[in-house]
Design a binder for this molecule. Structure first.
Ligand code: SAH
Length: 249
């Protein structure tokens, strides 16, 4: 089968046993992009997860492959059409036969959190709609019950980079992707705190020493020092997190 036989799908998206991210975008060539490199890229090649991208334009009905139109009520920019997006979503879901949560990357969405990344990592995967221009027709979000997730309080030009952020945060939590699962436990946002500071050789650099406690070999003391550092950092940098942490502990 040649890639053109696959239609708007870049790969065979039938159901698989591995965690699968399916992206719907008008810029599908942006994938895998950075997700094909380093940790996520190696895991992708090792089939610890799978990635499919779908070209929304492949579902347009006119010869110009139109996917957007002017906003009802006037105003600047263009809006992605509900009919074209629905066709792309429905046909992709039918073909993949996966029960993935359906997410629209959006600055109006619920903020992405480490907790959500863990939850997504325990599921079968995720199907993500990437917006462009002014966004997507509201009726589509309601009719297909699509959850909106934001990666932060700023506006990007498209949902693709946001989708990559979400996928990266999940993939590194999948079994086997990071060598030592221990290294995940103390990370920032895992336990409601920011992580303690790290040091490595050389022992002295530009007149600065590694804190002596870290070279003492006393693991009990090191652990205590790190816990204290994590609390202090969180208190000074993220009073919002600190207040929540204190409430819970
Ligand atoms: N007019 C919209 C912004 C459109 S930005 C508004 O004011 O809410 C174009 C696309 O980029 C969006 O459809 C969305 O998919 C993506 N995007 C922009 N900022 C984002 C963010 N903070 N998180 C996730 N996706 C974002």
């Amino acid at each position: 089968m040649t890639s053109t036989d696959k239609g708007p799908w870049t790969s065979d998206i039938s159901a698989s046993d591995i965690w699968t991210a399916t992206i719907l975008s008008i810029q599908p060539q942006m994938f895998p992009g950075p997700l094909g490199e380093s940790l996520c890229g190696r895991a992708l090649r090792e089939k610890l997860w799978a990635l499919h991208s779908v070209d929304i334009r492949g579902f347009a009905t006119d010869k110009h492959r139109t996917v957007d139109d002017t906003p009802a009520g006037g105003g600047p920019g263009m809006v992605l059409r509900a009919d074209v997006l629905a066709k792309a979503i429905d046909q992709t879901i039918a073909k993949s036969d996966e029960q993935n949560p359906l997410i629209y990357m959006s600055p109006r969405g619920k903020p992405l959190t480490q907790k959500r990344a863990h939850k997504l990592a325990t599921g079968p995967g995720v199907t993500i709609l990437c917006g462009r221009f002014e966004g997507v027709d509201q009726r589509l979000l309601e009719a297909r019950n699509i959850e909106e997730i934001s990666i932060g309080d700023y506006v990007l030009s498209g949902g693709e980079i946001a989708a990559m952020v979400l996928i990266d945060s999940v993939v590194r939590l999948l079994p086997g992707v990071i060598g030592s699962a221990d290294s995940l436990d103390s990370e920032s946002h895992e336990n409601g705190l920011l992580e303690y500071p790290h040091y490595t050789k050389p022992r002295q650099w530009e007149g600065r020493e590694i804190p002596a406690i870290l070279l003492s070999g006393n693991h009990g003391k090191i652990e205590k020092w790190r816990a204290q550092q994590a609390r202090e950092l969180t208190k000074s940098r993220r009073p919002d997190m600190w207040a929540r942490f204190k409430d819970r502990n």
